[in-house]
Write a protein that binds this ligand. Structure first.
Ligand SMILES: [Zn+2]
Length: 259
């Protein structure tokens, strides 16, 4: 995580009263300030950095694209802190992972759910950000916090199987190092379990790519809920064109890969 950009405007993203015009692109996906400095030092000592990631290079097309955005913070019961240690007390230092979802419901319903206090840990849920059908970016959980986007889940990547169990009563999950982004499901896919629907709008692909282009999370660490799910029940985002998404992403930032 020390590779991610961080600057002083980060805190404004996390502040609902912020008067900033747009949340700062370069820090939206940063989780650097989720870990205190001492923990970072311990992490670096205990486990040498495994991957070098190149700096972000955004394009003129990126700078020209200006999506609408809304801030609708979730109730604090529906998200938590990113933890430096797992349930056994072992230090963890996974690199950030982006997990893509679809809402399965209208974005307004998802926002209502996230803003409703939930005491039951099996009900608590959230994403960091949603992309509405018209391309509006909705910020719901600050990036440095832990959104509850995927329950039982594992990321199998070039660094091996990654998952972190923070609650001994719940299955391990990628949530501790994930940034969850969810696409609003089109009407053809709302509240049904069909394996496909009509897909996402052009504006959604553009805004999703715009959001992710602000990070230097490598392509190989952009995944889907379907791929990390280990409950056998999650298939989202349905009808998502990964090639199309990466084409738009690469028009907004250079290819970022793990060296
Ligand atoms: Zn999902």
């Amino acid at each position: 995580m020390q590779n991610l950009n961080l600057n002083s405007r980060q805190t404004k993203i996390a502040n609902p009263q912020s008067k900033t015009k747009t949340p700062n692109p370069k820090t939206t996906l940063s989780r650097q300030n989720s870990l205190s400095q001492p923990q970072q030092k311990i992490n670096q000592k205990s486990k040498p950095q495994k991957a070098r990631i190149s700096p972000i290079k955004t394009t003129a097309a990126f700078r020209a694209y200006k999506p609408r955005y809304e801030i609708a913070w979730a109730n604090p019961t529906n998200f938590g802190e990113r933890l430096a240690k797992d349930a056994d007390g072992t230090l963890v230092n996974n690199l950030p992972l982006i997990v893509l979802h679809e809402t399965a419901a209208p974005a307004s319903s998802a926002i209502n759910f996230f803003q409703t206090p939930h005491d039951d840990s099996n009900v608590q849920a959230s994403y960091h950000t949603m992309i509405k059908l018209d391309g509006t970016v909705v910020y719901t959980v600050p990036p440095e916090k832990r959104a509850f986007g995927a329950a039982n889940s594992v990321f199998d990547g070039s660094l091996g199987s990654e998952t972190v169990q923070t609650n001994p009563d719940l299955p391990p999950s990628v949530n501790n190092f994930a940034y969850h982004v969810s696409l609003e499901t089109p009407p053809s896919g709302v509240m049904n379990n069909e394996p496909t629907h009509t897909g996402y709008t052009e504006a959604q692909y553009q805004s999703l790519a715009w959001l992710i282009a602000q990070s230097n999370v490598p392509d190989q660490r952009i995944t889907t809920h379907r791929d990390v799910d280990r409950s056998g029940q999650r298939i989202d985002p349905r009808s998502f064109d990964l090639n199309k998404f990466f084409n738009v992403l690469h028009s907004f930032r250079g290819v970022v890969s793990i060296n």
